[in-house]
Design a protein. Structure first.
Length: 261
């Protein structure tokens, strides 16, 4: 266990960690699921692909949850696999489906902006927690490590006035990584953006909701804080990763860490 007096930094995932993506038990209704499903259906109509036209909300949600990598591309290629269009769910860099995957990704990102602006809200207390840490010695030492694109990050930061706490140089977005989570690259780059020595890694809090993101943070050597917005504290996947701290809210994290008011 670590006390706040010894904490030297904090790094956050965005979706389902700071940003409420929708009901935990209904992945078909998650904000990203809605825009991704609409994009797949639109592409299916344009290119007359019946397999994709029959993609259900439940299948779409499952495709993201079981993808090999924590990314939009990972979900799209898993959809292709689940619908019998490709023999593997691994992201492919060449072949007949690459252009289709890119088209769906671009269409999804276009649709998602409208959904995010209208329906995107924080998990209770998330922005206050970030500001509270900033006012208690961590100003300039907080970062984002997320698979989200920069535009979506900016929408969230605008809504909750967080640009000062999370400046551009401390934001590791989808555009800045070559290896998606569970690879540690994202969290490693976020840690390096804080300007701390390597010896401080275990003194930097990493907040994550997803097993792939948790693995990324663990492999980057950070102090893993698992927030149970998407899975229960006794979920075998979570327990297998052995997080350093588990809580269901930012108020609980503040209490457990002893963050001053």
């Amino acid at each position: 266990m670590i006390t706040f007096a010894k904490v030297q930094g904090a790094i956050y995932d965005l979706d389902d960690t700071l940003l409420d993506n929708g009901p935990a038990d209904q992945p078909a209704l998650w904000l990203h699921s809605r825009s991704r499903l609409a994009a797949v259906h639109q592409a299916a109509k344009i290119h007359n692909i019946p397999e994709l036209l029959t993609l259900t909300g439940q299948e779409n949600g499952l495709a993201f949850m079981t993808a090999t990598e924590h990314s939009l591309n990972g979900a799209i290629w898993n959809i292709f696999y689940l619908k019998g269009l490709t023999p593997t769910n691994e992201v492919q860099l060449d072949g007949t489906l690459v252009d289709l995957a890119q088209e769906i990704a671009e269409r999804k990102n276009e649709l998602h902006e409208v959904i995010l602006r209208e329906y995107g809200v924080e998990f209770p207390g998330a922005s206050d927690f970030i500001k509270r840490l900033g006012s208690n010695g961590l100003f300039g030492r907080q970062a984002l490590a997320t698979s989200a694109i920069q535009r979506d990050i900016d929408i969230f930061l605008d809504k909750y006035s967080l640009h000062e706490q999370l400046p551009p140089e401390h934001i590791i977005s989808n555009e800045k990584v070559t290896k998606p989570k569970p690879d540690p690259e994202c969290f490693d780059l976020a840690f390096r953006s804080l300007g701390l020595p390597d010896s401080a890694r275990r003194s930097v809090l990493a907040f994550e909701d997803n097993p792939r993101g948790m693995q990324s943070a663990k492999e980057a050597g950070l102090f893993l804080c698992a927030i149970t917005t998407r899975m229960s504290a006794d979920d075998p996947l979570l327990l297998a990763l052995k997080p350093d701290l588990v809580a269901g809210s930012y108020a609980e994290f503040a209490r457990l860490l002893g963050v001053p008011n």
